[in-house]
Design a binder for this molecule. Sequence first.
Ligand SMILES: CN1c2c(nc(N)[nH]c2=O)NC[C@@H]1CNc1ccc(C(=O)N[C@@H](CCC(=O)N[C@@H](CCC(=O)N[C@@H](CCC(=O)O)C(=O)O)C(=O)O)C(=O)O)cc1
Ligand SMILES: N[C@@H](CCS)C(=O)O
Ligand SMILES: [Zn+2]
Length: 759
Amino acid sequence: MVNISNLGYPRIGENREWKKTLESFWKGNITENQFESEMKSIRLQSIEKQLRLGIEIIPVNDFTYYDHVLDFATMFGWIPTRFGDLSEKPSLHTYFALARGDKDLVACEMTKWFNTNYHYIVPEYQYDRKSKLLYNKPLASFLEVKNELGIITKPVILGIYTFTQLSKGYKKEDKYAVVKELLPVYIQMLKELEDAGVEWVQIDEPAFVLEETNEDFQLIKEIYSEICEALPSLSIMLQTYFEGVEQYHDLITIPVKGIGLDFVHGREENVNALKKYGFPEDKVLACGIVNGRNIWKNNLEESIQLIETLQSLIQPKDWWIQPSCSLLHVPVTKKKEDSLEPTVLAALAFADEKIEELVVLRKALEFGSDAVKQEIEKVKQSFEHLNKLNTKSNEIRSLSEEDFNRAIPFKERYQFQKEALNLPLLPTTTIGSFPQTKEIKIARQQWRKGELPESDYRHQIKLKIKEWIEVQESLDIDVLVHGEYERTDMVEYFGEKLKGFAFTKNAWVQSYGSRCVKPPVIHSRVEFMKPMTVDETSYAQSLTKKPVKGMLTGPVTILNWSFVREDHAKEDIANEIALALRKEIKALEESGISIIQVDEPAIREGLPLKKRNWEAYLNWVTRAFRLTTAGVQKMTQIHTHMCYSSFSDIMDAVIELDADVISIEHARSHEEFSSYLAENPYPLGIGLGVYDIHSPRVPSVQEMEQNIVGSLKVCDIQQFWINPDCGLKTRDEKEVIQALSNMVISAKKVREHYYSILS
Ligand SMILES: CN1c2c(nc(N)[nH]c2=O)NC[C@@H]1CNc1ccc(C(=O)N[C@@H](CCC(=O)N[C@@H](CCC(=O)N[C@@H](CCC(=O)O)C(=O)O)C(=O)O)C(=O)O)cc1
Ligand SMILES: N[C@@H](CCS)C(=O)O
Ligand SMILES: [Zn+2]
């Protein structure tokens, strides 16, 4: 018997209704009741859709108002004390304040969900607050679907081990005690599900693919024995994903009713483990067989073969076939992509199409592959046609080691740059983008539809650049930017201008909260066509005597935030992008730009989950960055920028990038990184973000001054820069001007203080 299951479905809706509802509520355009009812309808529609498409085991509680990790933190009462003394379900206001902050409260930390571009809110354990079940969201979600649609669904629960691993606020040595304290609360949540008639729960434990210590694994076994003992009639599908599991032989001894493995990203390891240790006959095996992280059609023939191989090796109680992970990471449907090149479109499968693929695979497993001969042929043809789009080039093969290294070492060139740029101590700058106004977005939309002439659209962009050059001058910022008004997104923009990319109309994926991205699709060899940023940057430079920083997205970030071919080596794609960007940098230099920032926020998230694979990855990513930047003149100052992660464990690679200055997100995770820097001084230029840009809160001069003074305890003042945490495109203009004004005043105060000590 083979069942079709799903692990999670995109929340955002076919037309991003979810995002629009959230943002209308935040703006006060709809009431709480309207918000709840609109959200309910989005939730139920996606359940009905999955049912219609053929899913038999449908997930619930994958839906959230912001982030599923935050949901569990608030359910367990893991709410920092600054949000008040909560003994019941937090109000929507508090829930959103935890995620986004408000005018008085600092938001919780946000970071990347494993190696994806999705961000979760980091739960904070409080020693002085006992864990307590404040509400039971999986139960409410289960009952809603049962009552409204009469369907028994599978609640999705974040595993207690992964939840605690992803949390902060407790000492490492207290992990055991923290998990044990949470366990009764966790069991209570599951017990309520069992009592309500839940048959299967999916407990997500992606942290099982990380390299846990033996001690951790003992803890895992202990927790799950206790859970299973307390809940004898609840069927638990212990779900892993994103890579092969570690400690497989121990995992299969856990007394749960089912185990879910990823046979896409952890194929080799999981298959080998099955071969070596078998699989218990009393458990269901859930096979993640369709890639939940990519948008290419499934290689049906290969998947059928794989399951047949597994079937010849083991005899589990039952088989489920499913995506390799939640479909949260892919767009909803390709139905609306009516302007994509047909060859590319034919090779794509988004969430809904992936579910259809599972139906085809089940048919093949039931009736033999001949029953799906046509579908198999169609996939083959799609890729044969796609491959014909590829061109060959020798440019990469003719590179020499010199192309990867700057001609002069940092200390020497930084001196030249200082003199040429004539910047003050503690120079102030921003990360690149300024608020994208409604007017600009609408103008872009009209221009794209052909309703506004290109010249008018460009004129509007120029007006915005001019306005913000004036704003920056009036605020007395030292290194200016043009504001990135012409960009929808820092990756999509370059994707639209480079050869080898396709970009979609509606292939949105949630990135954090209501914010979505539309990753471009790299289908063929990447090539530079013509300058991509020179017009806007040199126009901005023509308006001021201060240096304007050129702004590019780096090769690794373009790669990691795009959908890429699985049959092309990532390293090769990164080097192709690097060569294209190198040409852009040359063009910027030739137009008189002397500071160029190459953003690489996605380097950290692309790290393989298993540390044993880090070295090889970091080696090729640093080389790709250097291939992009190393060709510049000694006077040209290269900046880079990183955000959304903790970086302490990759700082050696960050140094290897050899960027003259790095600006790094700091406000939401400063303690950990500052302690790292105290022990390991950073040898190049650095700006630790002095304020969090994800919150509408405008920090005071005093607060930023304290941040700067704190950072100067661990950084060399001669190489320190003052900047916000990240780009400002998501904020409103008034807020940004106020925050930047406070930032410049705080920098000047610290500067004056330093000069007064010297004199
Ligand atoms: C730095 N980050 C990025 C990540 N990944 C990327 N690919 N890009 C990133 O910048 N990952 C980590 C972080 C995540 N951070 C963010 C920050 C901000 C956003 C964001 O603002 N997303 C926007 C969509 C951006 C965009 O494409 N805008 C279009 C407008 C599209 C649109 O909604 N049009 C409307 C009409 C206009 C209107 O009425 O507003 C429509 O179609 O209905 C544009 O500028 O033209 C978002 O809104 O979610 C994402 C990740
Ligand atoms: N230059 C980009 C970086 C975001 S990570 C911006 O300012 O939006
Ligand atoms: Zn950033």
